[in-house]
Design a protein around this ligand. Structure first.
Ligand code: FAD
Length: 258
């Protein structure tokens, strides 16, 4: 019997196992994901899940029963640390899993800031359900949110936060928000829309560091000026998780936008 192993528990992994069974694959399927949750959709995280309009169960690609009924072996909270293409095995802390076919669906990780103060409390990245749970807890008490990065995630969070009564500043180092993904006309449209709802957008403004008190962020530095903030969300892009494939000797191309 063919044994298929899927590394990663994101949307690609979740949809692949569903499609395999739907298309008649009868072999054994093993899904290994390092998050504690079954595969879920990330797009609502910065929108309806952050606002509390949609519960966690609604985000699942398939409910738990789907995996049980279709005999899909799921290992959650488990990280694949190595692939051995010669032996056709993958390694986790649980041991080795043999495969006939392997899918690497390890996705990506938020790009992190490494500047003065970037390890202060109250500075968040938004990629997982757990990230949003932590942000929501803090958002309930925060009054001043500063978002680093005027891309989709930053602006979606700005929209939710301003409607929950927070004061919101968005820092964008480029000349306009959404510069990488849309036209000047659309950037201007979205800037005006957010500003009309009370968001303050600072273009051509980079974040140079953070200041805090008692290990909690209080100010975001932008060169010579500072913006008050008791909550910071950084949305400055992602880095593909290719290390595992690279270490296994696969050809990987790391694409840099700039
Ligand atoms: C907040 C947010 C909003 C978004 N909104 C939109 C949108 O509106 N429209 C849109 O098209 N896209 C959106 N996206 C992007 C979209 O969610 C991604 O393109 C999609 O999640 C990619 O799915 P994936 O399964 O390839 O990777 P990922 O979702 O990154 O999943 C990969 C999984 O593999 C796990 N993993 C990594 N390495 C290992 C390992 N060694 N062992 C085990 N597990 C491992 C990771 O922890 C992760 O759980 C959004 C993303 C975010 C974060």
């Amino acid at each position: 019997m063919t044994q298929m192993v899927i590394i990663g528990g994101g949307q690609a992994a979740g949809q692949t196992v569903a499609s395999l069974r739907q298309e008649g694959f009868e072999g054994k399927i093993i899904l290994i994901g390092d998050e504690p949750t079954l595969p879920y959709q990330r797009p609502p995280l910065s929108k309806a899940y952050l606002s509390g309009a949609v519960p966690a169960e609604k985000l699942l690609v398939r409910p738990e029963k789907f995996y049980q009924d279709r005999d899909i072996e799921v290992h959650l909270g488990e990280t694949v640390t190595a692939i051995d293409p010669a032996q056709k095995t993958v390694t986790t802390a649980e041991g080795a899993f043999a495969y006939d076919k392997l899918l690497i669906a390890t996705g990506s990780t938020p790009r992190r800031l490494s500047i003065p103060g970037s390890d202060l409390g109250g500075i968040h990245y938004l990629r997982t359900m757990a990230d949003v749970d932590a942000i929501r807890d803090q958002m309930a008490q925060a009054t001043r949110l500063c978002i680093v990065g005027g891309g989709y995630i930053g602006l979606e969070v700005a929209s939710v936060a301003v409607s929950q009564g927070l004061s919101v500043d968005v820092l964008e180092m480029e000349e306009r928000i959404l510069q990488r993904v849309t036209t000047p006309f659309m950037s201007a449209f979205y800037q005006q829309l957010h500003e009309s709802r009370g968001v303050t957008i600072h273009t051509q403004t980079g974040c140079s560091g953070f200041r805090g008190k008692d290990n909690a962020v209080t100010h975001v530095r932008c060169g010579e000026t500072e913006i008050e903030a008791d909550l910071v969300i950084v949305g400055i892009g992602i880095i593909p998780n290719i290390q595992l494939a690279h270490d296994a000797g696969l050809d990987c191309v790391q694409w840099h936008y700039r």
